[in-house]
Design a protein around this ligand. Structure first.
Ligand code: GLY
Length: 351
């Protein structure tokens, strides 16, 4: 098992290993002795696989457990699900010393995190991510939120959990495509800050040591989050591949998944980097090959002109400029600030 402390204020531990869900009950009793009740929230897929054993352990630790199940759908982060959840918490008379647990993928984590941040102006939150993508990205760093019909990532908070448990066993029940999607974020971490991590994935493909790779990814994410919790500076390097990736997701009407869209964005930024002399053509080819090796796409299915309206509405746009994260070499990236009117010209070689 590996433990990583995320040194935000307050700080919290991320416990990574096979069977870590068995430790959640005892942990909660120690860290929050006043807690009597736990609400476990998951979607129906995850609930039938993982809620039973988890809740058994929580009860053995002397906690009262209530369970809220969200119907699995393309988007679980709706206002209606948020409303139903906080209404449930109120009906259960959950109070500020009780605990909310998000058991599931990134969308469940975002929704439950937002409920935890806003119910009674904040109740303790434990993240129990069950997908690779949620373990290495969504569950770490305190971003929570729900989506509106008009846009994603518009309503949300920064709200850190009191702990995160990544039970590597849950990856065994993850559909292969979901696992591969998480590999896009893992490769991203390698490109921005850890060449060894990148080459480990390149050499081992999807059969890498999951505990080790999740731990390395979480450490890197924690490093950037701690420097810039509110996402105004250093944390933005985590956006590598995401400006183009988000545009692809939106252009597809969200039929292209986040992980696949990020992979396409990484491929685009590798070619852009090489075309502008920020990285070598060999480096760009390595990134393209690494994505392909784990079964990820590295090209956009949409032309630059199709993506342009979505690129111009990027939420990280600041005034008339947009910051793009461009690879310099495997393990290092650079922020390039582009006037919005030049973004098409700059990105063109990536398509
Ligand atoms: N997913 C990027 C971030 O948390 O900043």
């Amino acid at each position: 098992m590996k433990n990583i402390r995320v040194n935000t204020e307050p700080s919290y531990m991320v416990e990574i290993g096979a069977g870590t869900f068995d430790l959640v009950g005892e942990f909660v009793r120690t860290l929050r002795p006043d807690a009597t009740k736990v609400a476990v929230v998951s979607d129906d897929n995850v609930a039938q696989l993982w809620a039973g054993p988890l809740e058994q352990k929580l009860r053995e630790a002397g906690l009262e457990v209530v369970h809220f199940v969200i119907r699995s759908s393309e988007n679980e982060k709706t206002f209606l699900n948020y409303y139903a959840l906080i209404d449930f918490l109120a009906a259960q008379e959950m109070n500020r010393s009780d605990i909310l647990m998000a058991l599931g993928g990134g969308k469940v984590g975002d929704l439950v995190g937002f409920a935890a941040a806003t119910y009674f102006r904040g109740i303790p939150l434990v993240m129990l991510p069950t997908s690779l993508l949620a373990m290495v990205d969504a569950a770490i760093g305190g971003k929570t939120g729900i989506d509106l019909p008009s846009g994603k990532g518009v309503v949300g908070t920064f709200y850190e959990p009191i702990a995160v448990f990544c039970d590597i066993n849950t990856l065994d029940t993850l559909p292969q495509q979901c696992f591969v999607e998480g590999c896009a974020e893992v490769l991203k971490y390698g490109i921005i800050g850890d060449s060894r991590l990148f080459y480990q994935v390149v050499s081992q493909g999807c059969s890498f040591d999951r505990e080790l790779i999740v731990a390395k990814s979480v450490s890197l994410k924690a490093k950037y989050v701690v420097q810039d919790e509110r996402d105004y500076g250093a944390r933005r390097v985590l956006n590598l591949g995401h400006t183009v990736g988000h545009a692809i997701e939106r252009c597809s009407g969200y039929t292209v998944s986040h992980g696949f869209a990020v992979a396409m964005g990484l491929g685009v930024m590798a070619r852009v980097g090489a075309a502008h002399g920020v990285c070598s053509t060999d480096c760009a080819a390595e990134i393209e090959a690494a994505l392909a090796a784990v079964g990820l796409p590295n090209r956009s299915p949409y032309s630059l002109s199709e993506l342009m309206p979505f690129l111009l509405r990027d939420k990280k746009r600041v005034g008339d400029n947009i910051d793009l994260i461009v690879p310099e070499k495997i393990g290092r990236c650079r922020t390039v600030t582009i006037p919005v009117e030049n973004i098409g010209e700059y990105l063109y070689p990536g398509f």
